[in-house]
Design a protein around this ligand. Structure first.
Ligand code: ADP
Ligand code: ADP
Length: 233
């Protein structure tokens, strides 16, 4: 479960907070679409979950964000790897190794898992994401949709409870976007992973969302509801 309690974020040099007094609870095991116009604070909200805000962005965060009870401000992003996985728009900037298999293993290396467990999780994830035939492929030789599936897989192998995705399909053509979204759906249903997904092309994801969290404007309170409830307002 992800919980925001009276969270405000103000970046250095900006006169107004980018998030203001946000109270929000994201239920366990759901796919929640984070919607709202550009500049409303979607990336800031996601960054507060993954710990990137304020550790890597600067600025101040007041209030408390917890993921499975862990405070994202008192833990560095690396210390949250087994709780929250984060994927952005550009998989190439996310990669730290050269091949599919190495990339899937990398995220587990700091967790102290037994090698047999790491190997098993790599195999499971290759199967789950339909990547088994590509295991030795250089990451640069993959299509955009395949790269994004590897990026998702690499944050999954530590078995995080929560997956945070910031516009993961924005660089993809519609067919590749569908491919990535199909993978996400399977995750929520098979692994019980909670997924928080920001996407400005609502039509791509609305049909898959259990709920929508709408940030209607910069500094405004988010509304959480079923897609029908939120979109009706
Ligand atoms: P969205 O994802 O909905 O487009 P953002 O969270 O990216 O919104 O941005 C919200 C506001 O915060 C904007 O005014 C943006 O310029 C500002 N902002 C976002 N990230 C940073 C940052 N790292 N440093 C300074 N200002 C930022
Ligand atoms: P899986 O979910 O892939 O089946 P588990 O999480 O059940 O793997 O872990 C399998 C084994 O790994 C268990 O015996 C457990 O004791 C060990 N293990 C899990 N996490 C750690 C850890 N952080 N450090 C050391 N050993 C661990």
């Amino acid at each position: 479960m992800i919980r925001f309690e009276q969270v405000s974020v103000t970046y250095d040099g900006l006169p107004h907070p980018s998030l203001r007094d946000v109270d929000l609870t994201i239920p366990e095991g759901e796919l929640v679409l984070l919607a709202g116009p550009s500049g409303a604070g979607k990336s800031t909200l996601l960054g507060a979950v993954s710990g990137l805000v304020p550790h890597f962005t600067g600025g101040t965060l007041r209030g408390r964000v917890t993921v499975d009870g862990r405070d994202t401000r008192t833990h560095k992003p690396r210390e949250l790897a087994d709780v929250v996985g984060t994927v952005g728009q550009d998989p190439l900037s996310h990669f730290v190794t050269d091949t599919v298999e190495d990339e899937l293993a990398y995220g587990m290396e700091s967790l102290g898992l037994p090698p047999a467990v790491m190997r098993r999780r790599v195999e499971e994830t290759l199967d789950l994401l339909g990547l088994a035939a590509l295991r030795d492929r250089p990451l640069t030789a993959l299509s955009g949709g395949q790269q994004q599936r590897v990026a998702i897989g690499s944050v999954l192998t530590p078995h995080p409870r929560v997956l945070v995705l910031d516009e993961p399909t924005s660089a993809l053509d519609p067919a590749a976007a569908e491919e990535v979204l199909a993978v996400l759906l399977r995750l929520v249903h098979d692994l019980g992973t909670t997924v928080l997904l920001a996407e400005h092309r609502l039509e791509r994801v609305l049909q898959y969302a259990d709920r929508v969290a709408l940030l209607p404007a910069p500094g405004a309170a988010p509304r959480l509801g079923t897609p029908a409830e939120v979109m009706a307002v």
